[in-house]
Design a protein around this ligand. Structure first.
Ligand SMILES: [Fe+2]
Length: 348
């Protein structure tokens, strides 16, 4: 109940925040209009990009920041009255959920179709990946020899007992990783994997991806499963301890001999009832442009979806890697199964 009340309070706060923004927009008298962006992303790179978009197009960007679940709930409650034009999330699973709930609409854009690879977008063109991230292994080089590492599946073998650090199963990145194992190996194998992983954990899951890296460095475990950009962010942190943590681990891309490393995207879709649909499409097209992709790549260490743009030098220094080209909409489709398997396996 407490949680529900909190959610309601958050929604009320979001709504009042929105109204203020609308009022501002209404009095600005900007002829190019506006675009209302509901986003789960909260990086400095995005502020910079939104300002660039405003400057080049004259379209005012109104931003509502909250978690994807809160934004989806807000859009559902608002229904046809929703001012949302664009929904941005940090994973494909939530975009698929928004699509399934009828909150997005199909977009016909040559720019988006030509720039975003087929496996990185919704097959029905209701959402498009903006940036890629790989879910990799980082390890303590003194305690793990890279030749011992190979696949996600191998992490469930006995040699890793009590050595693995990974965050909670409530986290969407883990749910999507398990969803990819369900699709690639089948439900039964995915369940066995999750159970064995629980046995191999160095501690009960806690903290975010950064905390897992810090725990490797502190010696609580020998390796961790994390998203690539966290390593970039640690190495470029203003906090010297975080820099040290980033420097103390090495990265390993699993499943290179087989299907490739599991990836996910941060992506965007146009809202079903978008009052400014044309601006919404322009906005998403801008975000996959070379200009915008450079910013994503170099200030948040994400892999660009636009192949004309190079990843940041740090990511290039890790070498090229083979990615699992499973259509990311499958992650959303298998999300419920993944959550159920995590529960059964006792992955907290
Ligand atoms: Fe993240």
């Amino acid at each position: 109940m407490k949680r529900f009340l909190f959610a309601l309070a958050t929604l009320a706060a979001l709504t009042s925040c929105k109204n203020e923004k609308q009022d501002e927009a209404a009095t600005s008298g900007d002829s190019a209009g506006e675009v209302n962006v509901y986003t789960h992303r909260h990086y400095a790179s995005d502020q910079q990009l939104f300002a660039q978009f405003e400057e080049t197009t004259g379209i005012k960007v109104n931003v509502i920041n909250a978690s994807a679940d809160e934004l989806i709930q807000k859009m559902t409650i608002e229904g046809k009255q929703s001012p949302a034009d664009v929904l941005i999330t940090v994973d494909a699973g939530r975009l698929t959920r928004a699509k399934d709930q009828g909150l997005l609409q199909k977009v016909d854009s040559d720019i988006l179709n030509n720039t975003v690879a087929a496996h990185l977008k919704d097959p029905g063109n209701e959402w498009f990946g903006l940036t890629k991230r790989a879910r990799i292994i980082v390890y303590a080089p003194g305690r793990v020899d890279s030749t011992q590492l190979s696949t996600y599946e191998d992490l469930a073998t006995e040699k890793w007992k009590d050595r693995i650090l990974v965050r909670s199963s409530e986290n969407i990145y883990n749910q999507s990783l398990l969803a990819s194992l369900i699709v690639n190996n089948g439900e039964e194998a995915a369940k066995e994997w999750a159970e064995a992983m629980v046995e191999n954990m160095a501690r009960a899951p806690k903290g975010n991806d950064r905390d897992q890296v810090k725990a490797v460095v502190a010696g609580e475990g020998d390796l961790a499963i994390v998203n690539t950009y966290y390593i970039g962010n640690l190495l470029n942190s203003e906090n010297p301890e975080e820099v040290k943590a980033g420097e103390s681990v090495k990265v390993f891309f699993p499943n290179q001999e087989g299907r490739g490393t599991h990836i996910n995207v941060s992506g965007a879709g146009v809202a079903r009832y978008a009052p400014n649909k044309e601006n919404a499409v322009k906005f998403i097209e801008f975000l996959v442009s070379k200009e915008a992709q450079e910013v994503f790549a170099n200030s948040n260490y994400e892999y660009p979806v636009n192949e004309e743009v190079q990843p940041a030098p740090l990511l290039q220094s890790w070498g090229e890697f083979k990615e699992d080209r499973l259509n990311l909409s499958k992650l959303g489709e298998n999300n419920k199964k993944a959550v159920l398997i995590f529960d059964e396996a006792g992955w907290k």
